[in-house]
Design a protein around this ligand. Structure first.
Ligand code: AMP
Ligand code: MN
Ligand code: MN
Length: 339
């Protein structure tokens, strides 16, 4: 989003939301702090202006435990209770309609859809598109809309915005100056960084160490620079998404890795994959080729098949893979124990 187009979209979004009596806000499936924080920040502000507000996501059934405190006003409703034809629908942090799961059908029934997102792979959807791949998080765009609306950023709103900002920038590692300024504003408004980072990023039950240990022991570093591990269905069911999703962040600390893949078994033959890049490889392109999407440095996709099918698909979609692999046509060596 640049210049007039972006500013116009923000102004249009603010005009529609500011005048709305009934708003349904959606986060993407498997919601994270950016998706839910954006939806709840806008939802809380709109509720305080007197609008009837629903916030929802299609799956899983329950809100992740670490995100539950963001819903200070109890605006979250189960997907079955969402109005079938909302006056105004807001899609938050979803790179494409499919990321809304079965609630994507509301895009066809809503009188007006506002889409807020920052994914490079977003093709554009909705009547008003506040789409800025340069924004570190969707909450940055939600904040722009709130400012344009003249809505006060109180402590409850600030917490939601801060939650998305600190997680999508991985603790401000990838934040630009404007994001730091926004963070300062949010802390002044009442967001407590120590409490939020502890809850959102640094809290795991002790029992998780066994699961993490297994995931790390199974990790394989291939000659191409692809580092991957698998998390079996039993572990995916045993631990919270907070634990399962954190594995990729440990993997990415391996200095030898160019691309890391956390391959999570979500059903017998269904795998959700988180990809991270050290910089040279655009994993958004890799994920898009495999039916997903995301950002250049962090992306994901879900795929059917065996674990080996998924791995083969990742290898095939990675650029220059062949140049660094063994000459025997693809059999790969585990170089974990190499110096
Ligand atoms: P994750 O690995 O789940 O943390 O996702 C990394 C980034 O890729 C996030 O910005 C996600 O929103 C995005 N992403 C993950 N899976 C998909 C998908 N299937 N389609 C589009 N974007 C995705
Ligand atoms: Mn997200
Ligand atoms: Mn995001």
């Amino acid at each position: 989003m640049n210049g007039a187009t972006g500013d116009r979209a923000v102004a249009e979004a603010a005009a529609v939301l500011g005048g709305a009596h009934e708003v349904t806000l959606l986060a993407h499936i498997d919601p994270d702090a950016d998706a839910l924080g954006s939806a709840l920040a806008l939802g809380i502000a709109l509720h305080r202006r007197g609008a009837r507000v629903q916030v929802a996501f299609a799956s899983p059934e329950r809100v992740p435990e670490s995100l539950a405190p963001l819903d200070a006003l109890g605006l979250l409703v189960p997907p079955a209770e969402v109005t079938t034809a909302p006056a105004v629908l807001v899609s938050c942090d979803a790179a494409e309609p499919r990321r809304l799961g079965r609630l994507a059908r509301l895009l066809d029934t809503a009188a007006c859809t506002v889409m807020l997102d920052h994914h490079a792979t977003n093709p554009g959807f909705g009547d008003i598109q506040v789409l800025d791949p340069g924004a570190e998080a969707t909450v940055v765009l939600a904040h722009r809309v709130l400012v344009e609306m003249g809505a006060p950023v109180d402590a409850d709103v600030a917490r939601c915005l801060y939650a998305g900002l600190v997680t999508d920038t991985r603790g401000f590692r990838t934040a630009g100056p404007a994001a730091y300024r926004l963070a300062a504003e949010l802390v002044e408004a009442g967001a407590d960084p120590a409490v939020l980072t502890r809850t959102l990023m640094d809290s795991h039950p002790f029992t998780w160490f066994e699961g993490l240990g297994g995931a790390l022991a199974r990790a394989v570093l291939e000659p191409s620079g692809l580092l991957h591990t698998t998390i079996p269905l039993a572990d995916v069911r045993r631990y919270r998404p907070e634990e399962i999703d954190s594995v990729v962040e440990v993997l990415r600390t391996a200095v030898e890795a160019e691309v890391v893949a956390s391959i999570m078994q979500v059903d017998e033959r269904r795998w959700r994959v988180s990809l991270r890049s050290a910089g040279a490889v655009d994993v958004a392109a890799v994920a898009t080729a495999l039916g997903g999407g995301g950002h250049a440095m962090a992306a994901g996709f879900t795929r059917e098949g065996t674990e080996q099918d998924v791995l083969a698909a990742i290898r095939a979609a990675m650029p220059h893979y062949g140049e660094r692999s063994e000459p025997n046509g693809g059999s790969l060596h585990d170089v974990r124990h190499h110096p």
